[in-house]
Design a protein. Structure first.
Length: 72
């Protein structure tokens, strides 16, 4: 992450993730391993806590899209 960490005005950087999912039910077994990276930029007022929430939501969206694409 770059920008002044202690000033909540501008944050930019990259976030990477690695998720392993295994789901077993009565009819099907689904196992997947997803990794990814994305750039983020938050112009304007954004605290570190708000940035963590934005990154978590973006990561969750990307993982869900990857699962949907993989499961088809």
């Amino acid at each position: 992450m770059s920008g002044l960490y202690w000033l909540p005005l501008y944050k930019t950087g990259k976030s990477s993730y690695h998720v392993v999912i295994e789901n077993k039910n009565f009819r099907d077994i689904y196992s997947a391993d997803f990794s990814g990276e994305f750039d983020f930029q938050t112009p304007g007022f954004c605290t570190v806590d708000a940035l963590k929430k934005i990154i978590a939501e973006k990561t969750a969206d990307l993982v869900v899209k990857s699962i949907k694409n993989d499961y088809k």
